[in-house]
Design a protein around this ligand. Structure first.
Ligand code: PLP
Length: 483
């Protein structure tokens, strides 16, 4: 854990030149990516148009992973990085997990691909059963496989619409999301999401008939809360307001991340999720939990659904579903969803398509093989329990950062957490990216966007947690002397 007097601070003078170089490069006019590649062919990623990336910065100091193992990444020049973020909230069982790698190798030599449109292979069924078993007593019976989190979310929204149509309520098309939510990058996900910069970019063509309830974060009421904040359950009542405003008979579904992840780890206030559930049930509105991040152990159980004991109608998941070894997403559905759409599709004996939705890669053999092996590893290594057992230690460690310069909030739930720093006016990412760079140099990979976020692989040990937050503490102090 971080302690001001116990740890020496690495001299920061050598970094100043680089930081000012970065700043200079931030304000310089943007060269085209190909001119970057031409100017510096050995270092750039020219040709690779990266997601959510500032290519100028990426080119100044390219960060190139070459291999990974367990808790660690290694760059091309063999710089070792302790992974504080499970890649991108996804490698929950650690990198290059041998059992998962072997399962994928075996599968690719056996059955490379099989379409799930009217045909299938055995593994999706087996995987679907195993996934539903992770939610005992909650009536999850059917799983629709997608390609990633974004496609899982769009799938769930479509299932909601078709479900109500099958029930004879085609007017129920309105979708309710939340401010500060992230549900991926499909038009459905952006529409119900609440990340304003993304919405702004595509605002001309988002889905119509969408509304949002407020997010639950409030610095004055809950700064430095440990775990679930006590304040804020009443914010769920805003859903009643929207029901009155739009009439519930028009609302198809509410989608919520049980703990908002990408917008800075916002744990739900105590009692908030069950209030949302009650309001949805009262009005016949489907509730979708987007567990793309919270699924597979991150909050100390298989799903946040179990941890918080609130059961949605659908759960979207991805990331830890296959330990990210093969891209995949899934929508876990309660039996009434499948049954209703199935029944509603067959009016006579003619062959009828039931759900009007699917992906070439739904139930892909490599993803299914990776997923089954991943579930084995989670079980054999007790990784969900391990996450739960480590949560109090993780909590103490992340909160030991309180009091360092510019730190205005710290949040945690299970083994995910975020540190929020005051922003430099006009440069919201500057401080966090500087801290990210410093941590990288010191050999720790963190996630930096609007806040600093942490979600190490669940195979982590206490010494890994110590190292992550010691390094982050040092980096915050050093950074405060320059920014
Ligand atoms: N939903 C949530 C809650 C997420 O956190 C993410 C990604 O971080 C997504 C959906 C989108 O997942 P993907 O990037 O796999 O499309």
């Amino acid at each position: 854990m971080f302690s001001l007097n116990k740890h020496s601070i690495t001299p920061f003078t050598t970094s100043i030149g680089r930081v000012s170089r970065l700043v200079r490069d931030f304000v310089a006019p943007t060269p085209g990516i190909s001119s970057i590649a031409a100017a510096n062919p050995s270092k750039s990623f020219g040709g690779h148009w990266q997601p959510f990336t500032d290519h100028r910065k990426a080119n100044v100091d390219p960060k190139v992973f070459a291999r990974a193992n367990g808790m660690y990444y290694y760059t091309e020049d063999n710089h070792e990085l302790l992974d504080g973020t499970s890649g991108l909230w996804c490698v929950n069982a650690g990198h290059n997990q041998p059992k998962i790698v072997d399962a994928v190798r075996k599968q690719v030599g056996e059955l490379d691909y099989a379409s799930s449109f009217n045909t299938s292979h055995r593994k999706p069924t087996e995987f679907a059963h195993r996934l539903c078993e992770l939610l005992p007593g909650r009536n999850f019976k059917e799983v629709f496989f997608a390609n990633c989190g974004s496609t899982a979310v769009d799938t769930a929204l479509k299932i909601a619409l078709q479900y109500h149509r099958s029930l004879g309520q085609p007017q129920r098309t309105m979708l309710i999301g939340r401010d500060r939510a992230y549900h991926g990058v499909g038009f459905g996900g952006i529409s119900v999401g609440g990340m304003t910069p993304i919405r702004k970019m595509f605002s001309g063509q988002l889905l119509p008939r969408v509304d949002h309830i407020p997010h639950t974060h409030s610095l004055p009421h809950m700064a430095f809360s440990k775990g679930l904040p006590e304040w804020g359950a009443h914010l769920a009542d805003d859903l009643e307001r929207l029901c009155t405003l739009h009439d519930p008979s028009n609302i198809a579904a509410v989608i919520i991340e049980p703990v908002s992840g990408s917008t800075g780890v916002l744990p739900p206030p105590v009692g908030y999720l069950s209030k949302i559930r009650d309001i949805c049930s009262k009005h016949g509105i489907l509730l979708i939990f987007d567990e793309v991040i919270t699924g597979f152990g991150r909050v100390g159980d298989a799903f946040a659904t179990n941890k918080f004991d609130v059961t949605p109608d659908m759960i979207t998941c991805a990331k830890g579903l296959t330990n990210a070894t093969v891209p995949a997403g899934a929508v876990l559905c309660q039996s009434h969803l499948f049954d209703t759409i199935h029944r509603g599709s067959h009016v006579d004996d003619e062959i009828a398509i039931e759900l009007y939705h699917g992906y070439t890669y739904s139930g892909h053999p490599l993803a299914m093989a990776a997923g089954l092996a991943t579930l084995d590893v989670y079980k054999e290594q007790r990784l969900f329990e391990r996450s739960n057992e480590l949560s109090p230690y993780f909590e103490e460690a992340i909160h030991s950062i309180k009091g360092l310069p510019n730190v205005i909030d710290i949040r945690n739930c299970g083994t995910m957490g975020a540190i929020e720093l005051s922003q430099v006016p006009g440069a919201p990412l500057k401080r966090n990216m500087d801290i990210f760079d410093r941590c990288w140099k010191k050999g720790v990979l963190i996630r930096a966007s609007g806040s600093l976020a942490f979600s190490p692989p669940l195979i982590m040990e206490k010494k890994d947690i110590d190292r992550i937050f010691n390094v982050v503490g040092e980096a915050i102090i050093e950074s405060s002397k320059t920014i």
